[in-house]
Design a protein around this ligand. Structure first.
Ligand SMILES: Cc1cc2nc3c(=O)[nH]c(=O)nc-3n(C[C@H](O)[C@H](O)[C@H](O)COP(=O)(O)OP(=O)(O)OC[C@H]3O[C@@H](n4cnc5c(N)ncnc54)[C@H](O)[C@@H]3O)c2cc1C
Length: 418
């Protein structure tokens, strides 16, 4: 693998950048592998990378029905944080946060991780108290959290409407300064390149249409490019989790919903942190290209379509303008949607399944991008050892039957409230 550096950049400048080697191969599928990962998003690719790097499993294929990162990985609003209250989520997302911090160096690929801080706005005293409770829980788990007064918030983000006119007045906030954003498709490409360099076959335009089992064990997959055998199969297919699980007869407590996002036209830098408001339900940041990146709530009905409806766009824009009236002068440039795998407690499933050799990674709801490196790390461990890593021990499928839900929001099993 060519090492990307200032020297390789300079060397390639002499040939007008026409001779860069391909970042990864496009091999024909082999008849059999030691393990197959279905889904070429960030989670599938990071799983393959850590299978090779941490567990020496290199006879591995990643099967992707479209193109790498064409699912939610390339459609999200790129917010990365580990500001969770419950231990299971907090410790797991903090592993991911630590991996984000060293990812560009580890992969030798600039994923543009930017610790610009994630600031949650509070609009009432009770919200401030809830933030203080969550912040204290985070600090007990060694995760950074800082409460901010109203004045500190308005000094840091002067474009926020701090006037008495604001229907959702700003009472203060909580910030995780190590949180921020990363370039989403670079994450998929970086993991793909690093996994390929370790021998993993990455096969695009290869849809899995069936999963073969024999005597309660998986044996391989049927695909649009033929049958491929493997004793271990992991799925990381986000909004398609329920469909892939049905192929081996497993019903999952997951609903697929569309979530939209949008960007404004690009402008000069005006917002240097990520702002979220749970009360109006919006989140906003400015990309390195200058666009304001915005998102909000689910469309609110089950769907496998990667597009949504105008009312949600209107809702998100209205919420953003409530907080930032000055942005009303901007034009929206693009909107799009992705399929969310909403679990019933807002926490993921990263686990073995009742079918031997079949492993599930899904249920990411709104928040799986930030989990990408941690998810791959623990899922690879689970597949390689046929046993969970200690950080995904709680994320079982069985918790929904036994009542050990990990309620990520305090709102109960209400997908719409996540
Ligand atoms: C609008 C939006 C905003 C978001 N904002 C954030 C955010 O700010 N922060 C955050 O942390 N998270 C966010 N998320 C969530 C996050 O994007 C996802 O949870 C995460 O990217 C999931 O990654 P993945 O690799 O599991 O899934 P994906 O990237 O969706 O990859 C799954 C892949 O599986 C493939 N696949 C499906 N079925 C098959 C099949 N039968 N055969 C072969 N391949 C198949 C798909 O084509 C797809 O490429 C957002 C999501 C959306 C849609």
């Amino acid at each position: 693998m060519t090492r990307y550096s200032i020297f390789s950049l300079a060397r390639n400048a002499f040939s007008h950048h026409e001779n860069w080697p391909k970042a990864w191969r496009s091999p024909e599928p082999k008849p059999a592998y030691d393990a197959i990962v279905i889904g070429g998003g960030g989670h599938g690719l990071s799983t393959a990378y850590y299978l090779a790097k941490n567990h020496g499993m290199t006879n591995v294929a990643v099967l992707e029905k479209g193109w790498l990162g064409g699912g939610n990985t390339g459609r999200n609003t790129t917010i990365v944080r580990s500001n969770y209250m419950h231990d299971a989520n907090a410790l797991f997302y903090e592993l991911a946060m630590k991996l984000w911090e060293g990812m560009s160096q580890d992969l030798n690929y600039n994923v543009m991780f930017s610790s610009r801080g994630v600031l949650n706005l509070a609009h009432s005293d009770s919200e401030l108290e809830r933030f203080a409770r969550r912040g204290n829980a985070m600090r007990l788990n060694g995760i950074d959290a800082e409460m901010m007064t109203r004045q500190q918030v308005l000094e840091m983000v002067p474009l926020l409407d701090g006037s008495a006119r604001n229907r959702f007045p700003i009472y203060g906030g909580m910030i995780q300064r190590r949180g921020g954003t990363a370039r989403h498709d670079a994450v998929a490409w970086g993991y793909a390149r690093a996994a390929d360099a370790r021998g993993v076959d990455i096969i695009q335009n290869c849809e899995v249409t069936g999963i073969k089992t024999e005597g309660g064990k998986v044996t391989g997959v049927e695909t649009t490019r033929g049958t491929i055998m493997a004793p271990k199969i992991g799925i990381a297919v986000a909004g398609h989790t329920s469909q892939l699980c049905e192929m081996v007869g497993i019903r999952t407590p997951i609903e697929s919903h569309v979530l939209q996002a949008m960007v404004s036209e690009p402008i000069k830098p005006i917002l240097d942190t990520v702002i979220t408001s749970g009360a109006v339900h919006m989140y906003i940041s400015q990309s390195d290209k200058g666009e304001l990146v915005m998102g909000g709530d689910l469309d609110g009905y089950n769907s496998f379509a990667q597009r949504g409806n105008p009312p949600i766009i209107e809702h998100v824009v209205a919420a953003v303008l409530t907080m930032f009236p000055a942005f009303s002068r901007l034009r929206l440039m693009r909107t799009w949607g992705g399929i969310m795998d909403m679990s019933m407690d807002g926490s993921p499933i990263i686990a073995k399944s009742p079918v031997e050799g079949f492993y599930i990674n899904g249920g990411w709801c709104y928040g799986g991008f930030k989990a990408t490196p941690g998810s791959g790390w623990v899922f690879a461990h689970t597949i390689a050892n046929d046993a969970p890593h200690k950080l995904n021990q709680a994320f079982t499928l069985e918790r929904f039957f036994s009542g050990h839900a990990i309620d990520a929001t305090g709102a109960g099993p209400v997908p719409g409230a996540h």
